[in-house]
Design a protein around this ligand. Structure first.
Ligand code: GLP
Length: 245
């Protein structure tokens, strides 16, 4: 378990982008697990900047969106697929055929999860899972109580997770469920990088890193991973008893 604490959110995101870029240099066809949310926006911006500067080639990368809201088609403004398109895919040389997403409008959630698992299998699993952390400790959409052995599946969202999504839906109802990669799939990734920025994440980061490893706090399981890195800004690291750099 490695903990990197950077002075600002921007610096933390640049550091995370460096780790992703390095993984692609080492393995140009790397399979990357990619999150949505506010946290990774500057990471994608930095990767786009590096691509435009000419040093980063993503033409062979396999990109796996980690989750999707159930009932939300890829074309909808609130879809995670669309978010990744807008923040990242559209601006770089990732090949459309190498982009994998869970389809929130699939007819059959079980079949959709199985298709994603098959694609992950064909890619040989994830080389790097880039993660954020939810306010309740969720990773992707693995909510508290998710079994560590869980794989890609349909899950019910926690009330606070739905609340966090509310802004994207305006007056429309917020989805109650989501498709998500499982915790076992994340643990199988050869490298895991969790990024947390801002004071609002400080308490959950401290519990994940210093409390009990428990299914009640999904991110805590990453301490059992052989190659997990938490990339924090000082605000997110501020409740650690021994802040590290
Ligand atoms: C969502 C996503 C997660 C993300 C989390 C935190 O629920 N499913 O993958 O890590 O929220 O989002 P944010 O970065 O906006 O705090």
């Amino acid at each position: 378990m490695e903990i990197l604490t950077l002075p600002t959110a921007e610096a933390a995101c640049v550091r995370a982008a460096e780790i992703v870029a390095q993984a692609v240099v080492v393995r140009p066809e790397a399979a990357l697990g990619l999150p949505t949310g506010r946290t990774p926006v500057p990471i994608y911006a930095e990767l786009v900047r590096r691509r435009r500067a000419g040093g980063l080639r993503l033409g062979a990368v396999r990109a796996f969106g980690l989750d999707e809201l159930w009932g939300v088609p890829a074309s909808a403004p609130a879809s995670f697929r669309r978010e990744l398109d807008g923040a990242f895919y559209r601006h770089v040389d990732i090949v459309a055929a190498n982009i994998y997403a869970l389809d929130g409008a699939a007819a059959d959630a079980t079949a959709e999860a199985a298709a994603y698992e098959a694609a992950l299998g064909r890619a040989g699993g994830l080389d790097l899972a880039l993660l954020g952390i939810g306010g309740n400790g969720h990773i992707a959409f693995n909510e508290p109580g998710s079994p560590f052995a869980s794989r890609t599946r349909l899950v019910a969202l926690a009330a606070e997770t739905r609340e966090a999504q509310r802004a994207a839906f305006g007056t429309a109802p917020v989805p109650t469920h989501a498709l998500t990669i499982g915790i076992a799939n994340i643990l199988e990734a050869r490298r895991v990088v969790l990024v947390a920025t801002g004071a609002a994440k400080a308490e959950i980061v401290a519990r994940a890193l210093e409390g009990t490893v428990t299914e009640a706090l999904p991110a805590s399981v990453l301490r059992q991973h052989a190659a997990a890195t938490f990339v924090l800004d000082e605000a997110a690291a501020s409740r650690l008893t021994a802040p590290r750099r």
